[in-house]
Design a protein around this ligand. Structure first.
Ligand code: IPM
Ligand code: MG
Length: 360
């Protein structure tokens, strides 16, 4: 039976990184003998320009009916002056919420040949393999009340950081289960020394630990976690945290691997469609110049094969192809080092190289 894939290139470099990723996705499908029904839709700034809404109803409906969604990125300076609820980002947040994608998996994995591209010393990051699990449909991103209003003759801005027990429990269970399949260590990141909501977070996570005796659970305050990530990142296996802390820590972890241009992500619901996107943004400064690194999006396709299409072989093959291309010395500008055998290539060529190295 054919799998329905909805492609949402979005803005900035989104369309550029999407083309090679779709080519890799299609080639892998042919190799493992599955049929894909690929169609394209609108989200973000381009959707605002063409339909007036960052998330047209048709897009949400088609996404909900698909087996998987592959998204490029949303946002750009052109739409920066719009009110929060009309911005391109609202399209992405609406998809996450509308599809119930509460579990965001952001692996920070260092490909050996890129150790020199990391901003940390190679020995600190060699062999790095962390999985950040970010709660994606709750917390301060969605909490009510929110807004800006006038109180006592001045404007006051406010947002609400709220988590209910069931939201904490379901993301924690995903994290415990992932830790069981990996190194068996889970670090829950909170700010329980200050925020009541994260005291509850810590309590609920701790309460589940007895059900996962094979997982070693620890807790860390978010400020310390940020510090530890750049001090000794290899101490972590799986990190679980709320929406905003996860947003921040995952950018930080991404840089450890050489470039934000390397990090894929998967956003999963309890059942149904999964959404796959690079962690990086739309990089308006380099858009349209064949400079963007397509590897994060290509690696997101690998995650799609693993988590939505039940084809772990195709996922491994794509990840191996990326590894082989890097080992052969090919780099996009963001991951170039100073080794003599490196060859800097553009977005399109990098995509072709991954295809050439793909053996499923
Ligand atoms: C991310 C991005 C998004 C977020 C933006 C584009 C809304 O930074 O996926 O990390 O804050 O979640
Ligand atoms: Mg982010």
């Amino acid at each position: 039976m054919a799998k329905d894939i909805l492609i949402l290139p979005g803005d900035g470099i989104g369309a550029e990184v999407m083309a090679p990723a779709v080519a890799v996705m299609t080639a892998a499908a042919a190799a493992v003998g599955i049929e894909l029904n690929v169609s394209e839709g609108l989200v973000g700034g381009i959707a605002i320009d063409e339909t007036g809404s960052p998330l047209p109803t048709g897009t949400l409906e088609r996404a909900a009916a698909a087996d998987a969604v592959l998204l490029g990125g949303v946002g750009g300076p052109r739409w920066d002056d719009l009110p929060t609820d009309q911005r391109p980002e609202k399209g992405l947040l609406g998809l996450r919420q509308g599809l119930g994608l509460f579990a965001n998996l952001r692996p920070a994995l260092l490909f050996g040949p890129l150790a020199a591209a990391s901003s940390l010393k190679p020995e600190l990051v060699a062999g790095l393999d962390i999985l950040i699990i970010r709660e994606l449909t709750g917390g301060i991103y969605f909490g009510e009340p929110r807004g800006v209003e006038v109180r006592d003759n001045e404007r006051v801005g406010f947002n609400t950081l709220v988590y209910s027990e069931h939201e904490i429990e379901r993301i924690a269970r995903v994290a415990f289960e992932m830790a069981q399949k990996r190194g068996g260590r889970l670090c829950s990141v909170d700010k329980a020394n200050v925020l009541e909501v994260t005291q509850l977070w810590r309590e609920v996570v701790t309460g589940l630990a007895g059900e996962y005796p094979d997982v070693e659970l620890s807790h860390m305050y978010v400020d310390n976690a940020a510090m530890q990530l750049v001090r000794a990142p290899k101490q972590f296996d799986v990190i679980v945290t709320g929406n905003m802390f996860g947003d921040i820590l995952s950018d930080c972890a991404a840089m450890l691997t050489g470039s934000l241009g390397m990090l894929p992500s998967a956003s999963l619901a309890s059942s149904g469609v999964g959404l796959y996107e690079p962690v990086h943004g739309t990089a308006p400064d380099i858009a349209g110049r064949d400079l963007a690194n397509p590897l994060a999006t290509i690696l997101s396709v690998a995650m799609m094969y693993r988590y939505s299409l039940d084809q772990p072989g195709a996922a491994d093959a794509i990840e191996n192809a990326v590894g082989a291309v890097l080992a052969a010395g090919y780099r996009t500008a963001d991951i170039r080092g100073d080794a003599a055998d490196e060859q800097v290539v553009g977005t399109g060529r990098m995509g072709e190289l991954v295809l050439e190295h793909l053996s499923v």
